[in-house]
Design a protein around this ligand. Sequence first.
Ligand SMILES: NC(=O)c1ccc[n+]([C@@H]2O[C@H](COP(=O)([O-])OP(=O)(O)OC[C@H]3O[C@@H](n4cnc5c(N)ncnc54)[C@H](O)[C@@H]3O)[C@@H](O)[C@H]2O)c1
Length: 713
Amino acid sequence: MRDLVTLSHIEGGIALITIANPPVNALSRELLEQLGRRIEEAAAAPGCRALVLCAAGRTFVCGADITQLDQPITAANDAFNPVMDLIESLPKPVVCAMHGMALGGGLELAMACHYRIAHAQTRMGLPEVTLGILPGAGGTQRLPRLAGAKAALDMISTGRMIDADTALALGLIDGLTAQSDAAQAGLEHARHILEQGLPPRPTRGLAVDSGGLDAEALKQALDTAGRNTTHPAARAIVECIQAAITLPFSQGRELEGRLFEACRASDTSAALRHLFFAEREAAKLPGIPSSLQRRPIHHIGVIGAGTMGRGIIMNFLDAGISSVLVDANRDALENGVAQIRKTYESRVARGRISAARSEAALALLAPSLDYADLGQCDLVIEAVFEDMDVKTAVCRQLGMICKPGAIIASNTSTLDVDALARASGRPGDFLGMHFFSPAHVMRLLEIVRGRGTLPEVLATVNALAKTLRKVSVISGVCYGFIGNRMLESYLRETDFLLMEGATPRQIDQAIEEAGLAMGPCRMLDMAGIDVAAKVLLEQGKAGIRPSDPAYRAVVGRLFERGRLGQKNHLGYYRYEGRDAIEDPEVAMLCEALARQHGIARRDHISNSEIFERCLFPLINEGCRILEEGIAYRTGDIDIVWTKGYGFPDHRGGPLFMADRIGLPTILERLAHYSRAQGNEHGYWTPADLLAAHAASGRPLSQWQAPAPTHEPA
Ligand SMILES: NC(=O)c1ccc[n+]([C@@H]2O[C@H](COP(=O)([O-])OP(=O)(O)OC[C@H]3O[C@@H](n4cnc5c(N)ncnc54)[C@H](O)[C@@H]3O)[C@@H](O)[C@H]2O)c1
């Protein structure tokens, strides 16, 4: 068995216990068992007068092994509380010395010690709520006793980290140290405690300072949290804090245990844990060794100073990378630079960054009207109009002017990346970098792996995404990649439902009630009806638009009528300021289209039909994306939808949700709509993968991709 906890006896009767479980000293069952034994040994050693607990490596304990949350936690198998109790009840003072970060179970362990000190740069927090649970090892009962109930409620319900100064001011720690060696700092503090004759100070025995959180404030907090029906931990946390104020420690912790288990077993927590692991997995490139040499990226270029180009370049400026912004049009370039400046000014005005930081970022920006200024860039991203002819010409030019070894990327949303790669004449150096709007805010980056993209190019851009603080997901080449391809069927059904008699408001409400951030009609109005219509036009040119004349007919007609969405206050809705108002003209337009295409109108369309018709084909398309090897993993698709398309985290993404709904149910509903709507264009044909999983009972989340090959085609 590995030694995860060591005990060394130090002079002066102080025992030093060190946790060593790299990289982040996460607590596991095995580690806690060893910790319990070492503490008992230390306390029983002759002459031992005090104990110091610290961790080796770059940080104190950053949480617990999350995979253990797949099993129920009961009093019988609880590995945490017995160790915490053992520490707290020792008749000798126990000092915890923290450095780096103390998170989750790590901070709970520290709080069970009698005294705490931390290196001045230490950050502390209880982020369990982000996984849909609450701190279950006494954290909800000990934090209010140390930091006050109000601060505890804030920390636990937001999951926010605090710095060491704040922790000291709150009383969570007893002292700060500049000493970088946590063990030495802890030993010094233990000597001080012994010299002062300070006794053990069990946290459970301390009184709770409500910090202004009176009965009325608690009631309000309970009501507010109780309305959050998708996140059961929200209310459970307030209940635990209330218990810390009103009940003895043991009863409070008993309640904490029960509520912890209820939250752990909830669908929300399962979904959030799935996304936590999916995000980590998405960063991995199967078949590409992590040791592969990456290309250096010190200087980049972006072409197109429009909505996307501006946002994209700010990611690089924020990361301290010098950047050239090129546009063919002087006004567009000047406007783009002015918008970038405005964004930084607003960040400064809102106190988000310092004026100096803003100036430093802007100093890295070099606007230009001349493509020749891109010649020395390590990476160039084109973000010009979504038009195949324009993009082809731009990529051809980039192939000629970029220096050897430069990476060339396209931010296209839907066009054929392989065709653009061929146009550049450098398919090995070429890939897609699909940012989402607003690109300086949205965390998702779809990296599109072309048939010829070299592994080192893929690895370089994947690592760069991390530098830019993006969550990257790799997609193969296909129409719309992962996200926009799945969106297509969702928008298709939106227009059909409108023609059949549903209203934009009804559709948006049904989708928003299912938890999505924004319904499809509001979303299209925001993105621009012209943008959507142009995509349809390009589909036609590329021969990939269904032959169905009614296909997305509403968006096409809105565009013809000059309704461009929010930008001219007319789209699926009419806008008064930001208010979207239903417009009888749109209802008439949909009715006329229904007549034109022979679509039967209905008086009532249920919300569940809207949900199923918009989301089940989307799930079905996700299955095709898996079977075609476009996405590496189920979780990658869920990350794209939760990080880029406003799909609710508490549902874990469309494919995680599909498993929860039940694949046989989805299959049966696809068959139902195939009968009800007809299936001339294959809209309702189930993906083989969906049918196979529904038949075998295997969840989609267990789908394993065959190992990808990275042989350039
Ligand atoms: N807007 C979005 O929500 C979004 C999201 C993801 C991806 N995209 C993609 O990003 C790209 C740009 O979209 P946008 O919304 O920023 O467009 P936009 O119209 O706002 O900006 C395009 C810019 O490119 C410039 N330009 C056009 N041809 C050029 C050329 N040959 N050389 C140099 N500059 C040229 C134009 O002057 C304009 O400033 C498109 O491929 C689009 O599909 C857009």
